[in-house]
Design a protein around this ligand. Sequence first.
Ligand code: NAP
Ligand code: ZN
Length: 348
Amino acid sequence: MTILAIGTAASDQPLDRMEITRRDTGPHDVRIDIAFCGICHSDIHTARGEWPGTMYPCVPGHEIVGRVAEVGAHVTSHKVGDLVGVGCIVDSCQHCEECADGAENYCDNMVGTYNAPTDDRPGHTLGSYAKGVVVHERYVLKITHPEEQLAAVAPLLCAGITTYSPLRHWKVGPGMKVGVVGIGGLGHMGLKLAHAMGAHVVAFTTSDSKREAAKALGADEVVLSRNADELAAHAKSFDFILNTVAAPHDLDAFLTLLKRDGTMTLVGAPASPHPSPNVFNFIMKRRSLAGSMIGGIPETQEMLDFCTNHGIVSDIEMIRADEIEPAYDRMVKGDVKYRFVMDIATLG
Ligand code: NAP
Ligand code: ZN
């Protein structure tokens, strides 16, 4: 079927309305009428060609919430009318070790919600700045929050799981001191989740304007990361640091804040590399630097349920579909509190 979307034909073209085609609903597919879509910094990296390999036309968007409009004949897990979500994954091989473990995010044949090769037209996946989407039931999540929170749930589908998964993997909990670097869409979820898991949480921000706000999000302390004295006061004290920054920066400034055996995990994915960290900062305290990519489907459902149980949603600024370009420009400047969400009803 043909539907309206917001996308771009080239890296130097603004995003605008376009018509796209979705496949017919197959036996295992769920067709979703999209209500809201969160705006992730990965959308900007991709649409503007900052990461290599963007296929055009490009329709970004992988923080989907909406209602089931149609299900295929063999679908058992969802029914018409259900509130559902879809994140960054719309398919995977379904039989490798990663898929069997529910770690579809690490399947070599994972199909991203946008910019991944597919048999569907136009040969690569098109994301969710769009009226609807058709997805295999395995990759469709159940929304357990109250319906009035639906827009603020959308960012959980990427920003939420991308921060939840490493916090869980590195066993963040009571008695641990945890840093979150960069208080944007991912970072503000990192603060909320690490706080809910019982850690002592420190926010690192370059924005003075976020100092007080970060405390309301769950930070016990806030550090202006461009102030060397404020950083030095936390030297060798962290068990774990989650780094969400979307631009290259000095990793040593944060590695030296880890105590013995501490780990800093990078989830931010800047288009150009960070300066190489100093090897002595690893050797001296047996520190680790790691990375993490979104999360698997069962863990995404676990995260949604965790957020429902703890009353956690994203702090959002709602935008109309035709406000996407100014929203991108504000995100690049770190000027969003804390996630833009597109109201798909305004796309017409
Ligand atoms: P975002 O909302 O734009 O937030 C990024 C934050 O980083 C900014 O708000 C700002 O926070 C800080 N920052 C930006 N530029 C900076 C600079 N030059 N120096 C220091 N700090 C800077 O972005 P997002 O949606 O959270 O995404 C963050 C990154 O994660 C992006 O690269 C995105 O592609 C990546 N990502 C990765 C995964 C994954 O699976 N690993 C998933 C989703 C997104 P302050 O104002 O507090 O300094
Ligand atoms: Zn994302």
